[in-house]
Design a protein around this ligand. Structure first.
Ligand SMILES: Nc1ncnc2c1ncn2[C@@H]1O[C@H](COP(=O)(O)OP(=O)(O)OP(=O)(O)O)[C@@H](O)[C@H]1O
Ligand SMILES: [Mg+2]
Length: 700
């Protein structure tokens, strides 16, 4: 409804009103005719002669009015709307007697509203791609005050302006429709349909008059789809943008889902978001004089990364010669290293080069050429090589202290580090050749340029001059691989005031600190689950499961708890009573030479294949018992926490192995009969979940 112009809305309301009148007139006429035909009723009301007259009046004029309106509809070719009259007529008597139409309508409306809200909620949930809730970021308080016009209001404004300058005749002006409006920080783009014969050049010729009519400092007329044109009106005063508004955008969310290192550059003058994947870029050079918005840009870029990636996927290395600029990021669990002194920073950069070499050697040993290949070949081991983003807040400070060292480290990083999953963002106030040397520049294609002091500086960074002066405070030009040529943008800020920004970063930091705590708590919780061996007075042994470590009993399998995976019986059912007595079981060795071949087929070499190695470790630790009476076998599996600790591999890797082993029926094959697996509650839960997901997938 919002997009329908006011005049159209008034027309629809009037037509509806007339139909209502017709419907009421018709139903009253029918009713009075019916009543006047009932003799008893006529006799009864004969004592009120006025009432009889009123009924006859309603009957007479009711039909005349309805007839008139129907005739009018036919004349105006609105025959379809006659159905409406009929529908209203049927409904009117019910309305008259107050029979719950309103109520049911209200209920229906409420129901459909709830449904819509539910769908929106579900869609939002499904499409939400950040780990950290967006609510932790502040809203744009300033933008709310700048009232956004509706499409109808823009249409009125366009029509008025066209009329004032006499661009077309009144009839043509009425044909103009606003099809889309994009409001940005610097301009609004209004896409309109124009009548045949109205050319772009005709409108462009009137640009100056149009500027005057719209009272804007600048205007652009560009072609849109056939029969449409874009009018871009520039604002007198630019609007600032907050990160939250950009991250809300569905396209940006989709980009965040896809990208390995999603970063928002900003929005173009008409508000369309510009994002990059730093992993593709793969490094950025940010230049701008003091106060131009470099640190605000770096901050929002880090926040997007920190909202999208967990400390397991992303690590930060911060070089902050001004000491305070990146202070807020020190306590994030993602932050690997921070350096503030130029000398320390130079050493840190050298260390990062060594890390890069280490990664290359490791990836090479796994027969991979780069980190992408490593990730796809060993998805379970991603955590071993999380992506690293190095941020240098001021390059000039480092270059003055240890130019050669820093330059050679940076060069090595920008030339080689991409394949090792290491990326660099470096900012500088001074884009002169002694800081951004020719070699660095040649290897750093991604450029973000904010306001600079001179035309020469722009040329140094962009390799060409620019036409307009940048305004500072996040007004920038990006030269990034995704965009063809240069693109003007307004960089967002995490919050519009320093206070807002600081508080938002603190909230996100607390989110991750809590997240880390929760992870370690979970580990502790499952650690306290154990299977105990208990002896009765006859020294007969039995097993039971408990969540708490009890001093009197020594756990036989420290991290296990019981659940019957075959039947999905909850852990609580595996208790002292259901557990079995020792003499009902015979223990047998899980691992005998020839069975090993059976288990792994051709994947035998445990040294060359980490998967085989992990499986062997799991199987070495498995204890298997056979219930002679029930013909069941119980397999006590080591918990993922225990294996994680002992083998130094990721918990999810262990779980994936369990899952694969179940899928491949390795255990079943080995045991060759019904079996029960006893593992930790948490492990089993996750295994069941992934099995259910798999089943669902197969069914679909
Ligand atoms: N994108 C933006 N939106 C709104 N305000 C901004 C933006 N960028 C910068 N500002 C304003 O400009 C001020 C200076 O920005 P910033 O600290 O990023 O400059 P800088 O380029 O890092 O300067 P220096 O080189 O001195 O560190 C900020 O405190 C903020 O008030
Ligand atoms: Mg700064």
């Amino acid at each position: 409804m919002k997009d329908i112009p006011i005049t159209e809305r008034a027309k629809i309301a009037t037509i509806n009103f007339i139909f209502y009148i017709a419907a009421i007139a018709l139903s009253s006429a029918f009713l009075s005719t019916a009543l006047l035909r009932i003799e008893a009723f006529k006799k009864m009301i004969s004592i009120f002669p006025g009432f009889t007259k009123l009924l006859s009046f309603v009957q007479y004029y009711g039909f005349i009015i309805t007839g008139g309106i129907i005739g009018l509809c036919i004349l105006c070719k609105m025959r379809r709307n006659l159905l409406k009259v009929l529908w209203f007529t049927i409904k009117a008597p019910f309305h008259l007697f107050g029979i719950g139409i309103n109520k049911s309508k209200k209920m229906q409306q409420e129901k459909s509203l709830n449904k819509i809200q539910e769908i929106i909620h579900q869609e939002e949930k499904a499409s939400y791609s950040l780990i950290v809730p967006l609510d932790l970021l502040p809203d744009n308080t300033e933008f709310k005050e700048n009232k956004v016009l509706s499409n109808a209001q823009y249409e009125d404004a366009v029509k008025r302006a066209f009329k004032r300058i006499g661009l077309m005749n009144e009839e043509d002006i009425q044909e103009v429709r606003v099809k889309a409006v994009k409001e940005g920080p610097q301009a609004v783009q209004i896409t309109i349909t124009v009548p045949d014969g109205t050319t772009i050049s005709k409108i462009r010729n009137e640009s100056e008059d149009l500027m005057h009519a719209f009272s804007v400092p600048s205007i652009q007329i560009t072609p849109a789809r056939a029969g449409m044109i874009n009018i871009v009106l520039f604002f007198e005063k630019r609007r600032f943008v907050v990160l939250k508004d950009i991250l809300k955008d569905a396209k940006v969310q989709a980009h965040i889902r896809r990208a390995k290192l999603p970063i928002v550059i900003g929005v173009n003058p008409i508000g369309e978001p510009i994002c990059i994947d730093l992993a593709e870029e793969p490094h950025l050079l940010v230049a701008g004089t003091t106060g131009s918005g470099k640190s605000v840009f770096d901050e929002q870029a880090l926040i997007t990364l920190l909202m999208a990636k967990s400390p397991k996927e992303l690590k930060l290395v911060l070089i902050d010669p001004k000491i305070v600029e990146l202070d807020a990021f020190k306590e994030f669990p993602h932050t690997l290293r921070v350096a503030t002194e130029p000398r320390d920073s130079a050493i840190l950069l050298k260390e990062m080069c060594r890390e890069m070499d280490r990664r290359y050697a490791y990836i090479g040993k796994k027969n991979c050429r780069n980190i992408d290949q490593f990730y796809s070949k060993y998805p379970r081991q991603k955590e071993e090589l999380p992506l690293i983003v190095i941020l240098i807040d001021e390059l000039a400070d480092l270059m003055t202290v240890a130019k050669n060292e820093v330059e050679s480290s940076i060069l090595r990083i920008v030339q080689k580090a991409r394949a090792a999953g290491i990326h660099l963002i470096t900012a500088t106030q001074r884009p002169s050749v002694d800081v951004v040397t020719g070699l660095i520049k040649a290897n750093l294609p991604g450029r973000i340029v904010f306001e600079l002091n001179s035309a020469a500086d722009y040329r140094t960074i962009l390799d060409k001059g620019i036409q307009t002066e940048l305004m500072g405070k996040g007004d920038g030009i990006a030269d990034i691989s995704k965009e063809r040529g240069y693109v003007r943008f307004q960089s967002p800020s995490v919050g519009l005031t320093e206070n807002e920004r600081e508080q938002a970063i603190e909230r996100i930091r607390n989110f991750w600190i809590e997240w880390m705590k929760k992870q370690s708590n979970e580990t502790e919780k499952t650690d306290s689950i154990a299977i105990y061996r208990k002896e009765d007075e006859n020294h007969r042994e039995s097993f039971f499961v408990s969540k708490a470590i009890e001093k009197d009993h020594e756990p036989i399998f420290k991290h296990g708890s019981g659940k019957l995976i075959e039947k999905l019986v909850p852990a609580s059912d595996f208790n002292e009573e259901t557990s079995v007595k020792e003499d009902e079981y015979e223990e047998f060795d899980i691992f005998q030479g020839e069975e090993k071949d059976d288990l792994f087929g051709d994947k035998e070499d445990e040294n060359s294949d980490p998967d085989v190695y992990i499986r062997l470790q799991i199987l070495h630790k498995i204890r298997k018992e056979k219930n002679k009476q029930k013909g069941q076998v119980i397999i006590y599996a080591p918990s993922s926490n225990e294996l994680t600790r002992e083998l130094g591999i990721r918990k999810s890797t262990v779980l994936e192995h369990y899952n694969d082993m179940l899928k491949e029926k390795i255990l079943e094959k080995h045991v060759n009969r019904r079996y029960i697996i006893v593992a930790s509650d948490e492990d089993i839960e996750q295994l069941i979940e992934s099995q259910e997901k798999m089943l669902q997938f197969i069914n679909e």
